[in-house]
Design a protein around this ligand. Structure first.
Ligand SMILES: [Zn+2]
Length: 146
């Protein structure tokens, strides 16, 4: 079960809109509970270091490493990443599927078209395969799930 705080949804939408027509990206931070629940309650926005920013993204590795270090011993951790698709479709690209990002990470894709959010979808790896499969999530806070 993946729970995302409503302010994180708002934050990802705002960045995706501001960066359009380029992709934006960031890391998802929160808590992992013993029963397997994940609660994402912070978004750490990162610079998109990719060459072709309208069709791909690359999270700055130095930001990733610094954040890992900062979270050590706090009970909080990096639970995944998010990025936007400026063409509006939140389906993973071939490159997204093949990405070498941490295997149990949650992937959130914000499909945005003309600066307006189309759809937000969450994915996880399917076993050991290099494939992201859709997963459900719940929104925590005042905002209602679509
Ligand atoms: Zn993508």
């Amino acid at each position: 079960m993946i729970i995302i705080s409503d302010h994180c949804i708002i934050s990802m939408e705002a960045k995706a809109s501001a960066f359009w027509p380029e992709e934006c990206c960031g890391l998802l931070v929160g808590e992992r509970f013993e029963d397997g629940r994940l609660h994402i309650n912070e978004i750490v926005h990162c610079k998109n270091c990719a060459k072709q920013k309208t069709v791909e993204f690359l999270i700055d590795p130095s930001v990733h490493i610094a954040l890992e270090r900062q979270l050590r011993g706090t009970g909080r951790e990096i639970l995944g990443l998010f990025h936007s698709h400026p063409q509006g479709c939140p389906e993973p690209s071939g490159k997204d599927h093949e990405s070498l990002a941490d295997h149990d990470w949650v992937w959130i894709i914000v499909g945005i078209n003309n600066r307006r959010t189309a759809e937000i979808k969450a994915y996880r790896r399917h076993g050991s395969e290099a494939r992201l499969v859709p997963t459900n999530y719940a929104i925590f806070g005042r905002m209602k799930a679509a």
